[in-house]
Design a protein. Structure first.
Length: 195
């Protein structure tokens, strides 16, 4: 949804001021809306973008599209603050780690788990090359997430991967101690983005 497609004048104002929302399932529709919104912010020369995320997660490839757009904005010199509200699970937690600055509200829960794909076992057996490719792609993504959380050495990255094997549930204090987020979100920090 770009500002012209906004459901209300308030939505249009938020988009024009560099505030983008990822709400609910991460899928083709939500990732397309995200890409449209961030591209709008970039086209307007905004230097500050706020992404608010509240999601159980969803499709990893759609999350990768969102991550690529966030990284692209950062390469253009845009500060991208990501704020988790209530929940950031699975793919949403991965997205959270790619912010220039990463925050969560005080009652937010963040959950990491290994990346799963929804394939029948007989399909996986018949498509070993796809499985090998997917394993590498998703290992690369989890490695990036681990690095975003401050894990630099191979041993530390392997330890992070091991810690999410059975699911890692974090409250805000735990997320700060694990370097998943920088701090608890304080609404007074938000500045109006330049149009």
């Amino acid at each position: 949804m770009n500002y012209k497609e906004a459901k209300s004048p308030d939505d249009a104002f938020l988009i024009r001021s560099g505030k983008i929302f990822i709400w609910g399932e991460i899928d083709e529709e939500s990732s397309e809306k995200f890409v449209r919104n961030i591209r709008y912010a970039i086209s307007k020369g905004m230097k500050e973008i706020y992404i608010y995320i509240s999601s159980y997660g969803g499709d990893v490839d759609c999350a990768c599209a969102i991550i690529d757009e966030i990284n692209g904005a950062k390469k253009l010199g845009i500060n991208v603050s990501i704020v988790a509200l209530g929940k950031a699970y699975s793919a949403a937690a991965y997205i959270l780690t790619f912010g220039s600055e990463k925050y969560a509200t005080e009652n937010t829960t963040i959950m990491f788990h290994p990346i799963l794909f929804d394939l029948d076992l007989d399909y996986v057996d018949a498509q070993k090359s796809y499985t090998i490719f997917s394993d590498k792609k998703y290992r690369d993504l989890i490695t990036s997430v681990a690095k975003n959380c401050g894990y630099k050495t191979k041993k530390d990255i392997e330890s992070f991967m091991s810690s999410i094997k059975d699911g890692m549930w974090l409250d805000v204090k735990m997320a700060i101690s694990q370097n998943v987020i920088d701090d608890v979100w304080d609404y007074s920090w938000e500045k109006q983005s330049k149009q």
